[in-house]
Design a protein around this ligand. Structure first.
Ligand code: FAD
Length: 475
């Protein structure tokens, strides 16, 4: 370990979004691992929940699965109360979820897990406020990270700081650190920085379903502004054509954030006046379009194609510098359809804290250990996303492998069983919520249940109650 540049333990976190703030908390918090954490963020961050340039995805629907809620709460014990107080909603799954899965409508089974629903700006602002309340965390906003500073004379080489420049054109300067965490999101240049410093090229994999995302904010009909379920129409992967899906998520202030999406050849249009038509006519069921006809649009359509699954296998590099960690979307970004990026980032921050605490700040090989530990939550979400996305046209050069096809056939059978078997629906949400690993889907009792199929008949339409239909103006 290099001598600390400062007798106090200083960490620098690059990027002040979800992963960056949680990493800062992981290193301070009750664990008290660092004496000081400097968060360097390119944007000037707003005081409260407001949009900003560096977070374009905040205009799209975001949900945080309970595996992620658990991790965020582990780091910030009072966070869910603060979020609920600000209007975020804890939504039991599949109880408050009206979802057409790949093999039919799910029943609204008793709660197995939950998702937290809030506008992304509210989620970030609430987490940020709690993290920055700690005087050990300093925020350097309007400041861009340009690269790493390393000392190759130290053992195998160590990162000792970062070069930064304020966005208003100031001088390039160095912020020294005993630990640097890259959380700069999908645009991270960590791979390039490491290659330039002689660490070699990182193995990188991309699986691109070509998914385009169109999202719009609505004011729900007056009677449906609280306690309304999630409505979700998922794609059908089996015909080999494009997948089209939609989500309606009730969020704070009586609003619905609605995302419509389609893979290559099935993309939604960015035009405002095509939004409801797409929901009514292009999805597998028109329910989202019917609900939107009763609601009032509050925004234009926001559009993005930043949906490729991209993973950097830093944990496989033959050598790794001391004092450097990459996490969040900078490490692996997933197709947002599965809603796992936030939860994986939170679980990664918890692992960062736990590995540093277990092995001791500054012990040799520490950050390599951290990077290897992060491969587990990242790998689970990666397999879930890529296991489905390889089936979309042109997602990969070679198409699905035999293993992909076998796994997909089993998942399809499980989804079919889950429509009419509450125990299997629970096992499926164990995994989608990131509460448990996919191995629970291979237990003997699940295999037998999948072989037998659903024990209740298929639902013929969305399981909205007559009260819910009435409150939304549909009856
Ligand atoms: C359309 C869409 C919908 C999504 N929906 C969901 C969902 O429902 N559920 C879910 O869990 N996940 C969802 N995700 C994924 C989620 O948005 C990401 O996983 C999450 O934002 C990752 O957080 P992060 O902090 O790693 O990166 P980001 O949130 O992207 O933040 C990176 C930060 O780094 C800053 N930065 C970048 N470069 C520099 C630099 N050089 N110097 C200084 N600062 C820099 C940026 O300004 C930004 O603040 C969605 C993503 C998209 C695109």
């Amino acid at each position: 370990m290099s001598e600390p540049s400062n007798p106090a333990r200083t960490a620098v976190v690059l990027g002040g979004s979800h992963a960056g703030m949680l990493a800062a908390r992981a290193l301070t918090g009750l664990a008290g691992l660092a004496d000081r954490v400097v968060v360097v963020e390119r944007d000037v961050l707003p005081d409260g929940p407001a949009p900003r340039k560096g977070l374009p995805q905040a205009r799209h629907a975001h949900m945080l699965w309970s595996g992620g809620v658990r991790a965020v709460t582990d780091l910030l014990p009072g966070i869910t109360e603060a979020l609920h107080g600000a209007g975020a909603r804890r939504t039991p799954v599949t109880t408050d979820m009206v979802a057409l899965g790949i093999r039919g409508w799910f029943r609204r089974w008793p709660e197995s897990h939950h998702v937290l629903l809030a506008g992304r700006d509210l989620l970030d602002a609430t987490i940020r406020a709690q993290v920055l309340a700690d005087p050990r965390v300093e925020l350097l906003t309007g400041t861009e990270v340009l690269g790493l500073v390393s000392d190759m004379a130290v053992r195998a080489g160590a990162v000792t700081g970062v070069r930064v420049r304020s966005r208003d054109g100031g001088e390039v300067r160095v912020v020294e650190a005993d630990l640097v965490v890259d959380a700069t999101g999908r645009g991270s240049r960590a791979g390039q920085w490491l290659a330039e410093s002689g660490w070699g090229a990182v193995e990188r994999r991309e699986v691109d379903s070509g998914l385009a995302y169109a999202s719009r904010l609505y004011l729900a009909p007056e009677q449906a502004r609280s306690g309304y379920p999630i409505v979700n129409v998922q794609p059908d992967l089996r015909d080999g054509g494009p997948g089209r899906a939609g989500f309606l998520l009730p969020i704070e202030d009586g609003r619905w954030i609605v995302t419509l999406n389609g893979t290559r050849g099935g993309e939604p249009s960015p035009a405002n006046d095509d939004f409801v038509r797409f929901a009514r006519e292009e999805l597998r069921h028109p329910v989202i379009g019917e609900l939107l006809e009763q609601a009032e649009p509050l925004s234009d359509v926001s559009y993005t194609r930043a949906t490729v699954n991209r993973r950097h296998f830093y944990e496989r590099m033959p050598a790794w510098p001391e004092n450097f960690v990459v996490l969040g979307d900078a490490l692996a970004a997933f197709n947002p359809l599965y809603g796992h990026g936030l939860a994986v980032a939170a679980q990664s921050a918890v692992l960062l804290r736990d590995v540093v605490r277990r092995h001791g700040w500054g012990t040799p090989g520490l950050t390599r250990r951290v990077q290897k530990a992060l491969a587990r939550p990242v790998g689970t979400a990666w397999d879930l996303a890529v296991g489905q996305d390889v089936f979309y046209p042109d997602a990969t050069a070679k198409g699905p492998t035999l293993r992909d096809r076998l796994v997909a056939a089993y998942v399809s059978r499980l989804m079919h069983t889950a429509t009419g078997n509450g125990r299997i629906a629970r096992r499926v949400t164990d995994v989608t919520s990131l509460e448990r690993g996919p191995e629970v889907l291979l237990s003997p009792s699940v295999l037998v249940a999948a072989a037998m199929g659903p024990w209740k008949p298929a639902l013929t339409g969305p399981p909205l109650t007559s009260d819910e239909l009435k409150r939304a103006g549909l009856r």
